[in-house]
Design a protein around this ligand. Sequence first.
Ligand code: GTQ
Ligand code: FE2
Length: 359
Amino acid sequence: MSEETSMQDARARQNLKAELAKFNCKVHQPDDPPVFTREPKSSTQTVHWRWADLQPLLQRLGSELDIGSGGQRRTLRLANPGLPYGTTHTFWASIQVILPGEIAAAHRHTANAFRFIMKGGGATTTVDGERYVMNEGDLVLTPSMCWHDHEYHGDQPIVWLDILDVAVMQMLHASFFEPHASEQQAVLPVPDRSERLFGNALMMPPAVVPTGATANPLLVYPRALALESLDRIAVLGSDPADDLIQEYRNPVTGGPAMQTMDMRLQRLRAGFQGVARRHTGSKLYYVVEGAGRTVVEGVAYDWRAGDFLTINPWAWHSHANLGGSDALLFQVNDFPVMQKLGYYREEIADEPVSVSKSN
Ligand code: GTQ
Ligand code: FE2
């Protein structure tokens, strides 16, 4: 197209704008951002939250903020500065602080949620009538529309990570929320029923008939089980990007533990240097133990226990643990959403990401 024709076209588009607007129609205007980009261009930022910064903030939340009227939640949200809300563009991560004697009242919502216990233990959560005592390193699920309430009777505050697929729910305009009629649910006679039925790896009572349902019936993945599973795969060799990594799985479908979110636990053994990988979808890492380095698009992030790090869609990243002891990382990603929609893609390189800048 010559320059003259393209200017004529631009004028024609501008002239139509007002007329089209009357009928709720539009044409592409030259200054509109392109619909398609060659590769994902995300507004989200790579964010590194340090435990050294978070810990005093959590203490202030505990001493200065009320749990919220009606037993709501006291949470510190990890807010990505590249987004209007959320930790990545698909999920929200918050650290929940509950003090001795407090009750976080029962409710349910369409958003899928889970908790990973960061520090302390002894708080209970009740999910659809099942009551669990949550301890450090446990993963507890609250799938879509399950009733849930929490209570704490210990003497030290407990903090846990809450992740919810709120941004996906909002994007799909599918928010339902219901407070429970009472502050706490009634607890079932056998409070850990799902763990007894579905938490025994290969064995299940024959009366549990496969139904084809995709919801995860198992609500808890205890820390000891997850750590042992990492020990057991060690002799099988190392993943080139992730060293030893296990995914929390739905025991009846074999798929990821949640419909929209996939959680993993990863051990980077001392001396491990991973190769670079990139993928669509986003991730958040929480450092459970140890220290190491993740290089994201040339920028080095040196992390240690208690830190968080986000990985943006299609960003090259590689992990290393060049220290003398193992590191343990918990991750959540939105791969199940991407895979269900057919948008998941990944690439792996032979080398780590080279560092051009320190953070
Ligand atoms: O514990 O039920 O961080 O509903 C955000 C929303 C926690 C919860 C959050 C919630 C919860
Ligand atoms: Fe909730």
